[in-house]
Design a protein around this ligand. Structure first.
Ligand SMILES: *Cc1c(COP(=O)(O)O)cnc(C)c1O
Length: 305
């Protein structure tokens, strides 16, 4: 190993100590929370939010105009923007909040429970990462303004979440989405394959057996590298039809959470009601290691056109 290699290996080892996704215990989570984030960066975040809102709005307007001919169910459902602040300091999220943003997404329970008390009480949190059943109680207790768990992928998780809502004494049911694997490619454990009869089974279970959960719709990440193809969005629409028929609601009543920084415009055009946008608002994420290729950082926060 050359001198440079061992120096960078040492740097990587040091960085690993603060990697949020390697931290073992939720009470110990402090990584990134109070990283510096300048006034200039805050202003850029606010500008980026405006730009994303404008693009979502104009695409939504076009969708409404073509909805009749395209017959996209739910085309008239407004589109929610979930600002995904994972790995970003609380100051960045506060800048977004100050610009009027209320829905925020995190994919890691320790990071979400650490950030929630540092944000205003009316911040609406979306859990968008894989949720282990044994984290449900903590999530519900520590995040009273949890708005949605977008990643329900098993009967067991639904049952546990339903109980956790009761134990936490929430005054309203918890919205949930069923996460669907729309790529057909091997993905991490627990993500639901689109063709599986379990999809309808899970939807019926939530409807019939989980009175404290409200089945709001379906969610997809797309491909394993977090990009999406139009086929993924079409697949999620088809899954919604199956679920809507099975549980006896109109298709348009079920939401579609699809679209991220790289493809939210396309997703809205294809009927998304919930886009999850991270790096386009907050800038590229810096992971210290094990970063998936698509999530590799480019540079600091950049203005969006
Ligand atoms: C990180 C993440 C996003 C946001 O990704 P960007 O490409 O930065 O917009 C959306 N959805 C999920 C599930 C994520 O984990």
């Amino acid at each position: 190993m050359s001198g440079t290699d061992s120096a960078s290996a040492a740097a990587a080892a040091a960085a690993a100590l603060v990697d949020p996704h390697e931290s073992a215990s939720s009470s110990a989570y402090t990584a990134n929370l109070h990283d510096p984030f300048s006034d200039e960066e805050c202003a850029i975040v606010q500008k980026n939010i405006k730009a994303v809102e404008d693009k979502v709005q104009s695409t939504y307007q076009e969708r409404m105009l073509t909805a009749a001919s395209a017959a996209v169910p739910g085309a008239g459902h407004p589109v929610r923007i979930v600002a995904v602040g994972k790995t970003k300091p609380v100051r960045a999220l506060q800048a977004a909040y100050a610009a009027g943003q209320r829905h925020f997404g995190e994919n890691y329970v320790p990071e979400l429970v650490a950030k929630a008390p540092l944000m205003p009480a009316d911040t609406l949190w979306h859990m968008i990462g894989h949720l282990q059943s044994n984290k449900a109680d903590e999530l519900l207790k520590k995040v009273p303004s949890l708005a949605c768990v977008e990643t329900v992928d098993s009967v067991k998780l639904a049952t546990v979440l339903n109980k956790a809502v009761g134990k936490a004494g929430r005054d309203k049911p918890l919205d949930v989405l069923i996460q669907v694997n729309t790529s057909g490619e091997d993905t991490k454990s627990g993500i639901f394959p689109a063709e599986s009869p379990l999809l309808v089974e899970l939807a019926l279970h939530i409807k019939k057996e989980c009175p404290l959960l409200r089945l709001k719709g379906l969610m997809t990440i797309g491909m394993p590298d977090f990009t999406s193809k139009p086929e993924n969005f079409v697949c999620l629409q088809q899954c919604r039809k199956r679920v809507a028929d099975a549980v006896g609601v109109a298709e348009g009543e079920l939401e579609l959470s699809m679209g991220m920084s790289g493809d939210f415009v396309q997703a809205v055009a294809m009927g998304s009601t919930n886009v999850r946008v991270g790096s386009t608002i907050f800038g590229a994420r810096v992971y210290h290691h094990h970063a998936p290729a698509a999530a590799q950082p480019a540079a600091a926060v950049q203005p969006q056109q």
